[in-house]
Design a protein around this ligand. Structure first.
Ligand SMILES: [Ca+2]
Ligand SMILES: [Ca+2]
Ligand SMILES: [Ca+2]
Length: 487
């Protein structure tokens, strides 16, 4: 597969009209700073991704570590073979993907593409290589309270963001929390939304599902709400701190009885090392009465979490620089947003991302995964006290989809150091992945294929600005110049 041919400088015979003859190319997901919509691309996944490693096999199909053949970006791929999957299951899978699309948080795994062929449905997501929380616990036996509190806060931030969006995960366990990479300070990601559900009203959920050991008592009674996730997270916290589950038993029935009874035995010897604050939080998360159980935001405000996570905005490095970008950035059009979003999916700087992510979390005072005008305003006051930037104007520019909140992606898009990003060598890969037929020039249809839904007047403006030699095609140098001038 021709992934790395460097035809970038060769003259091109391509004309915008002749593209149709190249057949139906795979579409790149149209990612923009606006609220993402689920775009199912039609095509063969093997034309776009090659398999690096088989990670596992289930009854519906396998899951793999894969690599984009044009950009070399590695991803996670889960396949559902249609011959092995019922129509109902496929519908549920699509529903859960739709649900996950609505969540935009650094600790929630991101689906990047969905590709469907006659034979299979393929979900492509960001790749986590650090393994499950389960593996980390069995390796270390248990966590110190200090280490647990950092990881657990991120778990709760992910859950809090789901709940703020009306989404119940329903399968929180040490198996659905993954480390992004092998580094000791790796981020965690909440994954596997296959059982997740959008809540329409209180006590709306009826199906008794999940992993038994983590299931809340009311789930067995088939009437419950988002508080079931708090219970499961309480079980996760208990396992992290104690090294074994709180409610055990030899048979499933024994475990269920033990959960319904809800006795924690925090005075027993295996819990002796726990601080009073840790015990208090466990009790309040594992309260049999869901009404008395803490909410995700209340957990985040609990003294145990706070005492080990005392980061304030000012304790995070480089924040002023981030704010400077935030203030300077002004995207002029939907097309420009889409182009820069696409660049962001292909060129990432993990060190920069981490700083921006910490900045976002520090500004997100109530931990619901989105920034209000007040949260942006107080961050601005703290870091740029003398600034004459109007926070309302700044806010409305960053809030691209006019939702009244600045989401994580919106924040990242606005605060990234674009000048640095677009001058990186990887920009060539961005160009190649847009270049259908790999002839070294981008015609209007190359762009339209990757960025659907842009008005023709915007395309005309773009070509006027970017096509320096006016030959109707955009070369690599022209694209680069255009992006630099607008970064
Ligand atoms: Ca917030
Ligand atoms: Ca928004
Ligand atoms: Ca040109």
């Amino acid at each position: 597969m021709g992934c790395c041919n460097s035809k970038v400088d060769k003259p091109s015979k391509k004309k915008a009209e002749n593209l149709k003859s190249l057949g139906e190319p795979l579409k790149v997901a149209a990612i923009s700073a606006e609220k993402p919509k689920l775009v199912i691309q039609k095509g063969k996944v093997g034309e776009k991704y090659k398999i690096i490693k088989l990670l596992g096999t289930e009854k519906h199909g396998s899951y793999f570590q894969v690599m984009n053949v044009k950009t070399n970006v590695e991803r996670f791929l889960k396949e559902y073979i249609k011959a092995k999957t019922s129509k109902k299951t496929l519908e549920q899978v699509l529903e859960s993907i739709e649900t996950l699309y609505g969540i935009d948080h650094p600790n929630v795994v991101k689906i990047t593409e969905v590709i469907e062929s006659d034979e299979s449905l393929n979900i492509i997501a960001e790749l986590c290589t650090g393994g499950e929380l389960t593996a980390k616990i069995s390796k270390n036996k248990s966590f110190s309270e200090k280490d647990a509190a950092k990881t657990f806060k991120d778990i709760m931030l992910a859950i809090s963001c789901c709940h703020a969006n009306g989404i119940v995960h329903r399968n929180i366990s040490t198996k659905t929390i993954l480390y992004q990479n092998q580094e000791s300070n790796s981020e965690i990601k909440l994954v596997d939304f296959s059982l997740s559900k959008k809540m329409k009203h209180k006590h709306a959920l009826k199906e008794p599902i999940g992993s038994v050991q983590y299931m809340a008592p009311e789930v067995f009674d088939k009437e419950y709400n988002e508080k079931c996730d708090i219970w499961s997270a309480g079980v996760v916290l208990y396992i992290m701190l104690v090294g074994r589950p709180p409610f055990g038993g030899h048979k499933v029935n024994d475990i269920v009885a033990s959960i319904k009874e809800g006795k924690l035995h925090l005075d027993k010897s295996h819990c002796q090392h726990l601080s009073g604050e840790a015990k208090d939080l466990l009790k309040k998360m594992l309260s049999v009465d869901p009404e008395a159980r803490l909410s995700a935001q209340q957990v985040l405000e609990h003294q145990w979490i706070k005492s080990y996570n005392n980061d304030t905005i000012s304790s995070i490095p480089l924040t002023e620089e981030v704010f400077a970008h935030l203030i300077r950035h002004h995207s002029e059009s939907k097309l420009s947003d889409a182009l820069f979003s696409f660049v962001a999916t292909q060129i990432s700087d993990s060190a920069e991302d981490k700083i921006l992510e910490e900045q976002f979390k520090a500004m997100d005072k109530n931990g619901d995964g989105r920034l209000t005008l007040e949260e942006i305003e107080s961050g601005l006051k703290l870091l740029s006290p003398g600034t004459n930037v109007d926070p309302k104007k700044l806010f409305s520019e960053i809030d691209r989809d006019h939702s009244g909140f600045v989401g994580y992606t919106e924040f990242m898009m606005a605060s990234r150091n674009w000048k640095k990003t677009v001058q990186k060598e990887e920009l060539e890969k961005v160009f190649q992945s847009l270049d259908i037929g790999s002839d070294g020039q981008l015609a209007l249809n190359d762009f339209k294929n990757s960025f659907p839904g842009i008005d023709s007047s915007e395309w005309a403006d773009f070509f006027k600005a970017a096509d320096a030699n006016q030959d109707g095609l955009i070369s690599y140098e022209e694209l680069k110049e255009y992006l630099i001038s607008r970064a």
